[in-house]
Structure formats: structure tokens, C-alpha cells
Design a protein around this ligand. Structure first.
Ligand code: SF4
Ligand code: SF4
Length: 379
């Protein structure tokens, strides 16, 4: 059964997307199962097309147990521009979001994307340890491990919030409330980007590529300051995690470089599920909105981390003894026991030691991937 807004025809039919706040339902415009969904579906049509039945059931259960809503990306945009919260600047300064959006708007930034081979992925900077960042580049499925349940829930969550299979879905129309024409999610969500710094290439997939466009500029003709919004299933905490800031710094720098614009400010936004889950009470996501300077401390920190992680990963990849002692140290600290990648790591570490080869040789034998440079890039 697929759905689309229209006139209610059957009161017994209920949209099964219990975790999804649908404005068409609120407006009394929901009709389940009318044929127009083939041309312009609503979220139920999108969910049933893009997400496997069992994964949709797992997402529904997870959202119920952890008390969160999955918002359409367009709904997030309305909230960025209509709500108020704190915008965090560097050096502990803050600003009101409402005061900021009195001077301009957060809008999608359509870009066709740039895809090239790279040594790093922006998402790896959200991980704490260098060894985990190596596994972040590798799909578990390529090594014969099916994606675990949390990974499948995360993928389904993203599909529902920021993807679409057809050129137009009804959710695109929400953008009209911001004074712009509807834009397909395909134009600005999951955009591939590339960031080159000192011969180190980082590839990026931006969940939601944005711009902050001052009121005096015109959408479609001008580009404002770059922003990126990343949707996390993780629970909100008062302070943004350093890893998430670093991941988003890579995103905005990659967007600026790939598009070929100069941004004075960057906006780095994460949305997370509310903390302290109340079972069965689906609550709206919470935001961290950061405004960082092009020449500021966050960009500086990211560049140091990038050079450091490139060097450390190269040593882990080329020195088997170093790999093993790092793993032993993290096992003793209890890190490995709770590591998301422990099955993959144990498997490839076993092959590496059995063949008495380096981790680089083991992974390159097993997978077709590009690993970080052996040499430190020129300073
Ligand atoms: S997503 Fe909205 S319009 Fe579509 S079936 Fe569900 S409530 Fe109705
Ligand atoms: S299992 Fe341990 S050594 Fe392996 S990636 Fe995870 S933390 Fe690193």
C-alpha cells in the first residue's frame, strides 16, 4: 500500500509511519493508496520504495523505543528559519538563531557534486581512534559481514529523511513556505564532495548541503555562506562532540572547494534524537548549530587532525607490530569490546598475522580500496 496527499477516502486506513510527522496528514489531506503516488508520492510511497520492509519495521521499533521522530529534510529547513535556538560561535561566544535569520535564510544549495578517489572520508573523523577511522572507509559487506542492525536502521532513517526515488515528492513542496520554488532532494542531499589539503584527499557525502543567504541576495543567482547539516541517530548532549565538529569542518571546506566559492563563515549543523528517551513518545530532534570562521580555530584544528590522522593511519597500516600493540592497548582499556568494527577488525587482524604481512597488504589483497599515503605529505 502506498500513500499520497489528497482527500480522505477510507477512515480505517492508517499511515504506518508512526515516527514521521506528516504535514499533509495534519492538514487533513492524507489519502492512503490513491494512484497519483506514482507521479508524486508522499513519504509513505518513498519509504516503501527505498527501504526494505524489515528495515522499515526495525526503524519504526527503534523510533518507538528511543522516542524520536524522523523529520523530512524540508521540515528541518523550516525549523532552521522559523525557530529560535542558540548558535555557537568560536571562543564560547553565542548568537540567537532568530536574530541571525532576521538577516537572511538557510536554504538548500544545489550542486551536482564532485567524486574522486581519496585517502580519507569525512565520516571517519567522527570516530575517536585511528584504527576505527581506517575501518570507517571499508564497507563491512565487502568483507562478508552483513551490516548490523544499527547500521541498517541508520541507513533507513536517512533514506526516509533526505532521499527520494522520483523527481518530485510532496515533501518538496514544503520549501514554498520559505519563498522559493520546490527543489528535489536529489539536487542538494547526499552530494559527493572532495577536499584536497597538502596532497591529502578527503571525500565527503553531505546529508544536506545548505547556504545562509543574506536577504539582499537572490536565491539561484547568488551563493551565500556555506552550511552543512548532518543527521545523526545519536542522542543529543549539551556540548557538541569534537569528532562531529571535525567531520562537519571537512564537509564545509569540501563544499567550498568543490563548488569554487569563498565563504567567510561556515555553518555546521547536526540534528540528533532527544536525550532521555520516553518509550512511545516520538519527540522532535535537537540541534547543534555552529558558526565558524574561515580562518578560525575549528578549521585550524581540522587541518592538524587531518595531517596527524594521515600519518598515524599510515604507520598502523605499514607496521604490523604497531597495529598489534595498538589493538592490545585498546583491548586492555575495554575499547575493543564495545567497538562497532570489532568483528571486521578481529577478522582482518587474524589474516594479517597468519600471513605475516602488514594491514595495508591485507586490506589491499582483500579489497579494492585506496589507503592513506605511506609518506607524510609535504608541509
Ligand atoms: S506520509 Fe502523510 S500523506 Fe502519506 S500516507 Fe502517511 S500521513 Fe498520509
Ligand atoms: S576493535 Fe579495537 S583495534 Fe579494532 S578498530 Fe576497534 S578499537 Fe581499533
Amino acid at each position: 500500500m502506498t500513500g499520497s496527499p489528497g482527500n480522505q477516502t477510507d477512515k480505517d486506513d492508517k499511515c504506518p509511519l508512526t515516527f514521521y510527522p506528516c504535514i499533509f496528514k495534519d492538514a487533513g489531506e492524507c489519502t492512503l493508496g490513491i494512484p497519483s503516488q506514482e507521479v508524486k508520492p508522499c513519504m509513505l510511497g518513498v519509504a516503501e520504495t527505498l527501504v526494505k520492509k524489515e528495515d522499515l519495521a526495525a526503524l519504526t521499533k527503534d523510533a518507538h523505543e528511543n522516542g524520536y521522530k524522523a523529520l523530512a529534510i524540508e521540515y528541518h529547513h523550516l525549523r532552521f528559519n522559523k525557530a529560535d535556538t542558540i548558535v555557537e560561535l568560536e571562543h564560547r561566544y553565542t548568537q540567537s538563531l532568530k536574530k541571525l535569520t532576521d538577516t537572511g535564510q538557510f536554504l538548500p544549495l544545489p550542486f551536482k557534486g564532485l567524486r574522486e578517489k581519496s585517502q580519507h572520508r569525512a565520516s571517519e573523523f567522527a570516530k575517536k581512534y585511528h584504527c576505527q577511522r581506517i575501518f570507517s572507509k571499508i564497507g563491512h559487506e565487502e568483507l562478508g559481514f552483513p551490516d548490523n542492525l544499527l547500521a541498517r536502521i541508520g541507513t533507513s532513517f536517512h533514506a526516509v529523511c533526505n532521499q527520494q526515488q522520483l523527481p518530485w515528492i510532496h515533501e518538496n513542496d514544503m520549501l514554498v513556505a520559505l519563498g522559493i520554488e520546490p527543489i528535489s532532494r536529489k539536487m542538494y542531499c547526499e552530494v559527493p564532495l572532495l577536499y584536497n589539503y597538502k596532497d591529502i584527499a578527503t571525500s565527503i557525502h553531505a546529508d544536506d548541503l545548505l547556504q545562509f543567504l543574506p536577504n539582499e541576495l537572490e536565491f539561484g543567482k547568488d551563493i551565500g555562506d556555506i552550511g552543512v547539516h548532518d543527521m545523526k541517530r545519536k542522542a543529543y548532549s549539551t556540548h557538541e562532540e569534537k569528532g562531529h565538529k571535525m567531520q562537519l569542518a571537512a564537509n564545509v571546506l569540501g563544499a567550498e572547494q568543490s563548488i569554487g566559492v569563498k565563504s567567510k563563515w561556515f555553518y555546521i549543523i547536526t540534528s540528533k534524537r532527544p536525550r532521555k528517551a520516553v518509550v512511545g513518545r516520538h519527540r522532535l530532534p535537537e540541534y547543534h548549530i555552529g558558526k565558524i570562521a574561515r580562518e578560525g580555530i575549528t578549521v585550524e584544528d581540522f587541518h592538524s587532525l587531518l595531517v596527524d590522522t594521515n600519518k598515524e593511519q599510515a604507520q598502523l597500516l605499514d607496521d604490523r607490530v604497531y597495529w598489534n600493540s595498538n589493538k592490545e592497548k585498546l583491548t586492555k582499556k575495554g575499547i575493543c569490546g564495545n567497538c562497532f568494527d570489532k568483528d571486521t577488525c578481529n577478522y582482518v587482524t587474524g589474516i594479517m598475522n597468519e600471513n605475516r604481512q602488514s594491514m595495508r597488504e591485507t586490506l589491499e589483497d582483500t579489497l579494492d580500496i585506496v589507503l592513506p599515503n605511506k609518506e607524510l605529505p609535504a608541509q
